[in-house]
Design a protein around this ligand. Sequence first.
Ligand code: UD1
Length: 314
Amino acid sequence: MSKVLVTGGAGFIGSHIVEELLNNNEQVVVIDNFSMGSMDNLPKSNQLTVVEGDISVRETISDLFQQNQFKKIFHLGAIASVAASVEDPLHTHQTNLEATLYLLEEARKQGGLERFVFASSAAVYGDEPTLPKKETSAIRPLTPYAIDKFASEQYVLAFSRLYDIPTAAVRFFNVFGNRQNPSSPYSGVVSILTDKFKQLMKKEETTFTLFGDGEQTRDFIYVKDVVQAVFLVSETSDAIGKVFNVGTGGSTSLNELIGLYEEITETTLPIEKKKERSGDIKESYSDISELKSLGFEPKFTMREGLLEYWNKEN
Ligand code: UD1
């Protein structure tokens, strides 16, 4: 039986995709170097094989294809931290771009692939101010992370045009949900807030550092809606050779987000305000008409997503 490969499958979004694939009775192979991911994120299943390895090592990828025949590939493995990419652009490049090319090359050699979905990011838009962000909006990648994501997208789409490999790319907006790692100050803000509210529940003293006035907005999307979007892109023939924004099309300010969380947890979050982060954008939200044309409709409002996330964490 042909298998499904999930790179970065032990990570936040990857593990949710793995879970859904297993629910669909697929035979799944995960490759992860466990730099961010964890075995605890993965369900126990005899349908699942976990390979500990680094996707930036060419032989690791060729071995993987020698041992398996893949029908689909979900490529989520990456150095996910923008800050880390600024610290070490070369290492980021090896993982975030070269590994994409290794996978595409192996897929080309193998033949018979039904879909290759590449996980890109809204970071490719940079500080381009036009709203909402459309797939056709100007691209202004400002960091090594964003540059490699955009370049990978271009390779992925070129492999569809040049070699007829059925690929597609998805640009994630601000994804939140359980298993997102809150450990760094550059972690997703929802995971940081969740951590703070958990501390409050344990009667521990804590303060949330709010950068700016809290009126900055983001298109936060619950991870289950992301899974829905990624599956549509992996199953619909209309998606081939295209790139899709993955957001809700809505926007929530940080102040609104904190208010919702205070309501859900019935606590008040102590806040320390600091000057806005350099490089922060003020507003961001997506135009998701392309994704909707595949049949996508977000199932979770911000509040519903937060509530489910909070209940899973507690
Ligand atoms: C995301 C990336 C960031 C990247 C940016 C540009 C993540 C987690 N972040 O940032 O690395 O540079 O896209 O594409 O992938 N905030 C606080 N207090 C905190 C944490 C965050 O006030 O403790 C604020 C931030 O300053 C920001 C907002 O919350 O204004 C959202 O932050 P974040 O979750 O990092 O998302 P992006 O700003 O979209």
